[in-house]
Design a protein around this ligand. Structure first.
Ligand SMILES: NC(=O)C1=CN([C@@H]2O[C@H](COP(=O)(O)OP(=O)(O)OC[C@H]3O[C@@H](n4cnc5c(N)ncnc54)[C@H](OP(=O)(O)O)[C@@H]3O)[C@@H](O)[C@H]2O)C=CC1
Ligand SMILES: O=C(O)[C@@H]1CCC=N1
Length: 274
């Protein structure tokens, strides 16, 4: 058995837990070492069927056998869920939170003890093994726990440790929330392609393949600035130049900056609310 294959309990079996669990299974993590807990059955049934993991509607049962507890409920439910977990012995367990806007100290307060907490910020492409996760370890996390947290999230994509907790909010803006920005862009492009006369599937094919190709060019040319890749598409006096000028004149860069700042601001607000 791989020593890194600890028993992991996911508290909350929603979109993110599903994404991470499916990613783990795809990478060969043993299903019998993963448990998901959720109040209602349908998501658990789907996970049992698709991933073969253990499921329960009893959070305490899930946590009892776990070495690592992944806290994956909505931020507004975290306090209630953690308070309930205090009914069982939490000593020796590592807590990995994926919740936006709840800092490590606050999680320890909610859990009622100075337990080791790694705050992480993954994203939904984790379900394909293409996730991007930022991690922050509080002072009580030892090297082995740090290694496990990074291993866990590396099962579903790339990881980046941040040394200051505030940077997790930057990870939210740049990677946690950002798949939705790209989806919005693609949605708008697909809609316009349809207005130009392509049917729904044709429009999607055009947009998705361009998006995949562009993303792959960025990834496969790490020494080339993204701005250079943009310039290579842009023939002087040509069509791309006209399209880009439209974006620039509409203040797209400023809009993107404002949107990312709004995500950070909301994360900061949430840390005072829950
Ligand atoms: N979605 C994303 O892209 C990302 C989300 N996050 C964070 O991940 C966390 C989860 O988000 P997401 O997966 O999108 O949300 P979901 O709503 O999809 O999942 C949350 C799950 O928690 C379950 N739940 C509710 N109450 C309890 C309880 N008392 N005990 C156990 N489980 C419970 C819900 O069950 P039911 O539906 O049956 O009520 C639901 O399945 C959030 O904190 C969010 O900030 C982080 C990074 C990216
Ligand atoms: O929207 C949210 O609050 C969560 C965190 C990052 C992505 N989804």
């Amino acid at each position: 058995m791989n020593l890194l294959h600890k028993n992991v309990a996911f508290i909350g079996a929603g979109n993110m837990s599903r994404a991470i669990i499916l990613g783990m299974i795809k990478q060969g993590y043993p299903a019998d070492r993963i448990t998901a807990s959720n109040p209602s059955r349908p998501k658990l049934d789907a996970l049992e069927q698709d991933a073969g993991i253990n499921t329960t509607s009893d959070n305490l049962q899930a946590v009892n056998d776990a070495d690592v507890v992944v806290l994956a409920v909505k931020p507004q439910l975290m306090q209630e869920v953690c308070k309930h977990l205090q009914q069982t012995d939490l000593q020796g367990k590592l807590f990995v939170s994926i919740a936006a806007g709840i800092n490590a100290n606050r999680l320890q307060q909610m859990l009622g003890g100075n337990y080791p907490v790694v705050r992480t910020m993954p994203n939904t492409p984790s379900s394909l093994g293409l996730g991007m996760t930022g991690l922050f370890a509080d002072a009580g996390v030892n090297d082995e726990q740090r290694e496990f947290a990074a291993f866990l999230l590396s099962q579903v994509g790339k990881t980046l440790w941040v040394s200051e907790e505030a940077k997790i909010d930057g990870v939210i803006a740049a990677a946690g929330s950002s798949p939705a920005y790209f989806f919005l862009f693609a949605e708008a492009m697909q809609a316009e392609a349809e207005r130009m006369g392509f049917d729904h599937d044709e429009a999607r094919l055009l947009v998705q393949q361009a998006m995949l190709g562009a993303a792959t060019m960025v990834v496969e040319n790490p020494a080339t600035e993204i701005s250079t890749l943009r310039e290579q598409v842009t023939s002087k006096g040509g069509t791309t130049a006209q399209a880009l000028a439209t974006f620039e004149n509409a203040g797209l860069r400023d809009t993107i900056s404002q949107a990312m700042q709004a995500a950070v601001k909301r994360a900061q607000e949430m840390s005072t609310l829950f």
